[in-house]
Design a protein around this ligand. Structure first.
Ligand code: NAI
Length: 407
């Protein structure tokens, strides 16, 4: 059960962007407590005990022990893309939805990719390296404009399609390949086969997730099909490309260069050393997985994740939760109470809940139910006076996990 103990208290860890604080107040007042970095276990366990919502990045592990130490916890937001630092199933079973912010850094990755296309086609990486060693490589050889060149985008999702717009604006001919049909932006055109894209592209860039289908998709065979003298960009996931095959193609000159931001083995901490067969090439741009790392992306992520928390706190919306049935009930109409109820997904719960509402003298004006795995989530808007112990009554219904009364 959760009585609305207003204002709610949010615990924000890991130095989240300051814009999160204002976004948390989008639908009502939330008191914000911030702890720097990711606290030690004991400090974390003590702090979550006073939080109704928890905001983290990737370094704080929210396992069963943390969830048990937080009896009032209503929701968790990962202010990043990945959510595997949270016990998602354990949270769902305790009626705690988990949110993330998967698209806040879309623009940042697209911009870096566009910049890499320009830098590669002008031969800048080699010239930068030479000038630092005192060599004046003032030469037009191998330097091209991007205008009129063909860009092949593998994966026309958020980043791929954003890049498509930017590259078209620079006069590139954009072709893309995706699993499903995707609406082309501007003059971009879809191709159905990866091989077609490999053969036609002056620059091939990857923007797909790591899946059974995509892992190793750019192997020696695929690279051999790429246009001689073309460039490969991987700003998506490290396991999409066979790095040894890429190194061979750079050695032979079949590929003229590459830009790589993600690697099969990435250091976990800044103190670990990075090594890769690609470090010996002066025509390759290597970056330490910072495609999405900009101040603007941090702000966008802060606003996105905090906004989702605020909607959940004040409207009960679980829209875009990663572990929870999604219900988006909209604003609460004047004069209505909103009952939200996470419950065990088993037959009969809805009937028991509706009986309890009727016995309490309430009239259900609207109701939404979704289920996901073992968890169900109901949002019911109720008219009429409800007895003071109404929330106690519904939270003791067999199968109820967490009930809240809003509005
Ligand atoms: P998204 O989910 O919006 O788009 C991915 C697209 O790939 C979808 O349209 C999907 O249909 C398509 N796709 C999936 N499997 C495919 C296949 N086998 N063949 C062709 N298309 C396929 O994802 P988003 O946000 O555009 O991100 C793309 C990639 O970029 C992800 O791997 C993500 O992890 C990575 N990324 C890297 C960052 C960095 O710091 N370097 C930052 C942000 C994202």
């Amino acid at each position: 059960m959760s009585a609305a103990r207003l204002p709610y208290g949010a615990l924000l860890l890991e130095d989240l962007h300051a814009d999160a604080d204002a976004a948390l107040q989008a639908y009502g007042q939330v008191d914000v407590e911030r702890l720097p970095g990711s606290p030690e276990r004991a400090e974390l366990l003590a702090a979550v005990g006073r939080a109704e919502v928890l905001g983290i990045r990737s370094r704080t592990h929210v396992n069963g022990e943390v969830l048990d130490a937080a009896p009032d916890l209503l929701a968790v937001a990962c202010f990043c893309i990945g959510t595997n630092q949270v016990d998602l199933e354990g949270a769902a079973q305790r009626g705690v939805p988990v949110f993330n912010a998967p698209f806040g850094n879309t623009r940042s990755v697209a911009e870096l990719t566009l910049a890499s296309i320009v830098m590669l086609m002008r031969g800048i990486p080699r010239k930068m390296q030479a000038i630092r060693q005192g060599v004046w490589m003032k030469s037009v050889a191998g330097a091209s404009e991007v205008r009129g060149k063909t860009l092949g985008i593998v994966g026309y999702g958020n980043i791929g399609s954003q890049l498509s717009v930017l590259a078209s604006g620079h006069g590139m001919h954009v072709f893309y390949m995706d699993l499903g049909p995707k609406l082309p932006h501007g003059n971009a055109r879809a191709v159905t086969r990866l091989d077609e894209l490999l053969e036609m592209s002056d620059v091939l860039t990857l923007h797909v997730p790591s899946t059974a289908r995509t892992r190793g998709m750019i192997d020696a065979r695929a690279i051999a099909r790429m246009k001689p003298g073309s460039f490969l960009i991987n700003h998506a996931r490290g396991d999409l490309v066979d790095i040894d095959a890429l190194a061979s193609a750079l050695d032979s000159g079949h590929l003229a260069g590459a830009a790589v931001d993600v690697f099969p083995d990435e250091p976990k901490t800044p103190s670990e050393t990075f090594s890769s067969p690609l470090t010996r090439f002066d025509n390759v741009i290597l970056t330490p997985h910072i495609g999405g790392s900009t101040i603007e992306a941090q702000s966008a992520i802060g606003r996105d994740a905090a906004h989702k928390l605020s909607r959940y706190l004040f409207e009960g919306s679980t829209s875009h939760a990663v572990n929870f049935p999604e219900v988006d009930p909209g604003p609460i109409a004047e004069g209505r109470h909103r009952l939200t109820c996470a419950h065990v997904n088993a037959p009969g719960f809805l009937m028991r809940l509706n009986d309890a509402v009727a016995q309490a003298g309430g009239n259900i004006a609207s109701q939404k139910l979704e289920t996901k795995g073992e968890v169900g989530y109901i949002v019911a808007d109720i008219e009429g006076e409800l007895p003071p112990n109404f929330l106690d009554q519904v939270s003791t219904i067999a199968g109820a996990v967490r009930t809240r009364l809003l509005g």
